[in-house]
Ligand binder design. Sequence first.
Ligand code: C2E
Ligand code: MG
Ligand code: MG
Ligand code: MG
Length: 280
Amino acid sequence: KAKEHGRNCFQFYTSAMHENAKARSQLEGALHKSLINKELYVVYQPIHDTQGQRLGCEALLRWRSETLGEVSPVEFIPVSEELGLILAMGEWVLYQACSQAKSWYDKACKPFFMTVNVSSTQFKRQDVSVLVAKVLRETGLPANCLTLEITENVLADNSGHILRQLDSLREMGVELAIDDFGTGYSSLSYLKRFPLSKLKIDKEFIRDLPADAEDRALVAAIISMAANLNLKVVAEGVETAEQLGLLKQLHCDFTQGFYHSRPLGAEDFEAYLMHFNESH
Ligand code: C2E
Ligand code: MG
Ligand code: MG
Ligand code: MG
């Protein structure tokens, strides 16, 4: 009996592994076609400053696959990084976001900024500063309207290749933000070594505010440390009025999350921006 049971388990296990491998190769196959088939698009999530003066947004990549339907970036970005597809995708997102930003920059009467996520693979395998210079030149977007979001693992890499790219981006006037701050492995020494301008506190630390005393202490500490280092702070994942209230009290500079708005298609974001302009 036990043996029979064991064998069934084994069969179940191997067929589950087989299913996983099959799903993975389907994902890879579909991903290779995503750019050619024009299945990728960009959505824009508002970022508000807590003074109500400035509005910016984060460009977030979306994929509606013909065969798989809508796939989350949490699923397809890591695979694209492994396959090297992130280089072409990253370049495409940057073009989209910067040409969109240029048209919004021209229409907005308040300072406007666009932030774009850049993967560590792009910094390792390309010169991101050369790419960004080209995109800014071709789209006409002023460098100081662009922020690149990089993760802590980019900074954990000690190579001169990465430091040179970050330095020349900063010299151009592009701002650099650390995304998902607090979730990586790096030591804090990078905060003084790299030319950063913003920290984005990961939504994991925001979720249980204002009730959770430990998260409250961590967020307050991050904000005051950042202020002393001349860095602006963005809180992501802000979903409630109570969270926003506490973040304002703690002098957080920017907030982003479903409380303000979900990520929006280009047309809807433009309407949001125009409404913001009229009401502030
Ligand atoms: P991220 O850069 O940390 O982006 C923030 C994520 O939080 C987005 O998920 C956004 O939709 C989600 N979010 C925003 N407000 C809230 C909120 O109030 N509550 C909750 N629970 N979530 C909120 P999304 O769009 O699924 O993207 C996931 C991740 O995929 C991004 O995390 C980023 O790491 C990566 N990603 C997205 N687009 C790109 C891209 O163009 N390039 C690269 N390299 N990575 C990207
Ligand atoms: Mg981001
Ligand atoms: Mg983030
Ligand atoms: Mg995050």
